[in-house]
Design a protein around this ligand. Structure first.
Ligand SMILES: O=C(O)CCC(=O)C(=O)O
Ligand SMILES: [Fe+2]
Length: 134
């Protein structure tokens, strides 16, 4: 659907054949005291195409265009957060912007998060596919 809206539907095989997945599980221990509201994962963008995240409690924030950090209130059991990442920005010739994000603690229990990183194969040259095919 995303590729279709960008006029890149015909390149779906190319991106899928260059893609593989890496997953990671993170346990953010609850912190009390003066460091309580400090960022647990500083602002960054991810390398790769997309990052799919499942969290047990809120804490993930994205930087909105107006400079505000927006809390991604998403803990429903049947939904996931999908962030656009750096290589997808290159592949779409900047049509999609890589999402700057961070993790700040909320709540009073450990935050558990599973990330599934969709990343290009190291042998694949990431470029706007329209340019690759001339
Ligand atoms: O734990 C999260 O929700 C996000 C983790 C993250 O941004 C990363 O590992 O790159
Ligand atoms: Fe990240």
């Amino acid at each position: 659907m995303v590729l279709e809206s960008l006029g890149l539907k015909n390149y779906i095989d190319e991106i899928l054949s260059s893609n593989f997945f890496v997953s990671r599980f993170t346990n953010y221990k609850v912190i009390k005291g003066e460091d309580e509201n400090k960022s647990k994962l500083p602002p960054h963008t991810d390398s790769g195409y997309l990052t799919i995240i499942k969290q047990n409690q809120n804490g993930l924030q994205v930087l909105y265009k107006n400079g505000e950090w927006i809390e991604l209130n998403n803990t429903s059991p049947n939904s996931y957060i999908v962030l656009s990442a750096n290589d997808f920005m290159v592949w779409t010739n900047d049509s999609l912007t890589s999402a700057e994000h961070r993790v700040v603690p909320t709540g009073d229990k450990d935050r558990l998060s599973i990330q599934l990183f969709s990343i290009p194969h190291p042998d694949y040259t990431v470029k706007d596919p329209k340019r690759i095919s001339g």
